[in-house]
Design a protein around this ligand. Sequence first.
Ligand SMILES: [Zn+2]
Length: 185
Amino acid sequence: MKRGDILGHEFMGEVVEVGRGVTNLAVGDRVVVPFPIACGHCAQCERDMFSLCENSNPNAWMAEKLWGYSPCGIFGYSHMLGGFAGGQAEYVRVPFADIGPMKVPAHLDDEKVLFLTDILPTGSIRSGQCHVHRYLRPLLERIERGEIDPSFVITHRMTLDEAPRGFDIFNRKQEECVKIVLKTH
Ligand SMILES: [Zn+2]
């Protein structure tokens, strides 16, 4: 990590701008964004192995040196995994936005769908390495049917400005802190 890096790999939000190559999203859409960044077109992505995408980590050589291989780029998760600014911010730039983000139905609360971006799919298949993209839709359908509601893990809700206190109580295991949701408004 470097000073000024923006953390946060579980996030959702409203689309405020779309790039030229993105035709499946529009300004105003509410989306969840999976933490692995995937191009959708390389050999790994074509096999649905999105977390091994060969095109999304510009610093793959760093991970290869340490682990012998490189996973995909990940939001807010060190320079070894691409140095992408994460979601603890008011705005986030989402590369390959036509592949990752998924629109969520208006009748589902943010808190019900937020964890589709990480802990729900990774926890469901008991793995840190998770091809999140392929589980998004089936898990969303289960949330819609009321079969699962991941929001029970939320113990704290804070504003972005309160994030330093959030990190502090989480690290010290105070106030029975399990999961903090940061809201930008
Ligand atoms: Zn790829």
